[in-house]
Design a protein around this ligand. Structure first.
Ligand SMILES: C[S@@+](CC[C@H](N)C(=O)[O-])C[C@H]1O[C@@H](n2cnc3c(N)ncnc32)[C@H](O)[C@@H]1O
Length: 247
């Protein structure tokens, strides 16, 4: 799919964080990227926007329809995080991807970009009302054969999947992250990657807010940090992304 070379939405989505990627030829594929974050001034950020690949038209159309037709369009990953998911997928070159929490399919389309020829992405969603939007845009992206939408509760569906995954994205109910992580990790191959979205929860996790979601995510982050089966990096990207590699 063609990429446009603009970056209008980037500024809104990035805040004062900038992502750099450095590719090291010959290194193992998971180590091909180094992520650095720094605070920068508005002019520098604008310059970065002008030198950043923008999203494909199919994702622009999906974001537009999500904004018009859903009640909580902010749940969609968006262009900046979507590009991160695409790049990680291209680096991992997965054969099997699992996404927990589809919504309208934005992140599923991003994560499917790096699938190998016979690759397949399963995406799990408990709410069936957005399924027509998902199917429409997956079709427009030419990914009918690569994305399988499964409707139902993730905790029921995950144990039924007889697959070993190379890449997993946790993005369903935040109160269920620990449970979904426990179900998913045994299905992730050693050396595979798991990403968990929204782990900073708008700053509430760090600033010790007492709401139930912030508390659950705090416990999740503590659990991952103590889990000696994995290496992890909490990225201060958008709402916080925990990047995890299974040892
Ligand atoms: C943040 S949205 C997903 C956004 C999407 N991954 C993206 O980046 O565009 C979370 C989705 O998870 C779904 N969800 C919540 N709890 C779930 C569960 N237990 N099983 C499956 N899906 C669930 C919600 O209905 C919602 O559509």
């Amino acid at each position: 799919m063609p990429f446009a070379k603009t970056g209008k939405d980037f500024l809104k989505k990035t805040g004062n964080l900038i992502l750099y990627t450095f590719f090291a030829p010959g290194a193992p594929n998971w180590s091909l990227v180094i992520l650095c974050f720094m605070q920068i001034d508005a002019k520098s950020l604008e310059y970065c926007l002008q030198h950043t690949t923008a999203v494909q038209p199919v994702l622009q159309a999906l974001e537009r329809e999500t904004n018009i037709r859903t009640l909580h369009p902010q749940m969609l990953s968006g262009p900046y995080q979507g590009m991160l998911l695409q790049l990680i997928s291209h680096m991992v070159r997965p054969r099997r991807v699992l996404e927990v929490g589809t919504f309208t399919g934005y992140s599923a389309i991003c994560l499917a970009q790096g699938l190998v020829e016979d690759g397949l992405l399963y995406t799990l969603e408990s709410n069936d009302e957005h399924a027509p939007i998902v199917r429409k845009h997956v079709h427009a992206a030419g990914l009918d054969n690569k994305i399988r939408l499964l409707l139902g509760d993730a905790a029921t569906l995950i144990p039924q999947l007889d697959e070993t995954f190379d890449l997993i994205f946790l993005d369903a109910g935040k109160l269920d992250y620990a449970r979904h992580y426990a179900l998913c990790l045994p299905k992730l191959r050693p050396g595979g990657f798991l990403l968990a979205d929204n782990v900073l929860w708008d700053g509430k996790v760090v600033h010790d807010m007492k709401d139930a979601t912030a508390q659950a995510l705090r416990e999740f982050n503590t659990m991952v940090q103590a889990d000696d089966r994995v290496d992890n990096l909490l990225l201060p990207l958008r709402d916080g992304v925990m990047l995890i590699r299974k040892r």
